[in-house]
Design a protein around this ligand. Structure first.
Ligand code: 5GP
Length: 228
């Protein structure tokens, strides 16, 4: 179960102001460590919140409805599709998964950055409509590591593991369409890397509040009047 969801740390951007919220999309094969990295970011990075997806897959282990996912049935999911409630949705490993617009919109209205853990179909579909979204791909060092991790997790039967490994091979083909790639060899290094990607994006000039840039420029206008 994910604990401490939210922003406990104060955001210190050294006076820097962003223009708008950023949508970070984390994708990669099942079992690669995406949830661990997203949990870490939520705890460690200020003003960043996880957008909870909706799924028809059965609840597993210690998962909590409304926290890890919004668990629903196929009928309800299809109703949400018809009502155009999804930013994106996809069938992954034989189940429906989707990002509800209202959940992301709420985070954006709060002024925080949003992070979603979604498959490559969803990631590429969001990026097509919103080129400012940041795509981060988490890859395993090798396929056998993934098999080992899915097996150790103990939450899936061997048929499900096989489907997930087959899908992993397909998902890896989308790496080239992503903005960032992290090979999750060492979890500690991956945590640092993903955190620095978030920081880097936040300080990009094209994401900076134009008024903030103008304030800086104004200070330099005043400097031109100095007599020394
Ligand atoms: P799991 O069943 O292991 O929690 O997730 C299976 C896959 O579904 C993962 O690759 C995860 O990234 C993806 N997924 C989770 N939520 C969404 C979503 O809202 N949309 C899409 N397209 N994929 C999702």
């Amino acid at each position: 179960m994910k604990k401490n969801r939210g922003t406990s740390k104060a955001l210190n951007m050294n006076g820097h102001r962003k223009k708008e919220s950023i949508l970070f999309i984390v994708s990669g094969p099942s079992g690669v460590g995406k949830s661990t990295l997203c949990d870490y970011l939520e705890k460690e990075v200020a003003s960043l919140k996880f957008s909870v997806s909706t799924t028809t897959r059965p609840i597993r282990g210690s998962e909590v409805d409304g926290w890890d996912y919004i668990f629903t049935d196929e009928e309800q999911f299809k109703k949400l599709i018809d009502q155009d409630e999804f930013l994106e949705w996809a069938i992954v490993h034989d189940h429906y998964y989707g990002t509800q617009k209202k959940i992301v919109d709420t985070l954006i209205e709060e002024g925080v950055d949003a992070i979603v853990d979604i498959d490559v179909q969803g990631g590429l579909s969001i990026k097509k409509n919103d080129p400012s979204a940041v795509l981060i791909f988490i890859a395993p060092p090798k396929l056998s590591d993934l098999e080992q991790r899915l097996d150790n997790r103990g939450t899936d039967n061997s048929k499900t593991i096989k489907t997930r490994l087959e899908n992993a091979r397909i998902e890896m083909q989308s790496i080239k369409s992503y903005d960032y790639l992290i090979v999750n060899d060492s979890l500690e290094e991956s945590k640092e890397l993903i955190k620095s990607i978030i920081t880097t994006e936040r300080y990009k000039v094209h994401r900076t509040d134009p008024e903030f840039i103008q304030e800086i420029l104004n200070k330099f206008k005043a400097a031109a009047d100095l007599k020394l």
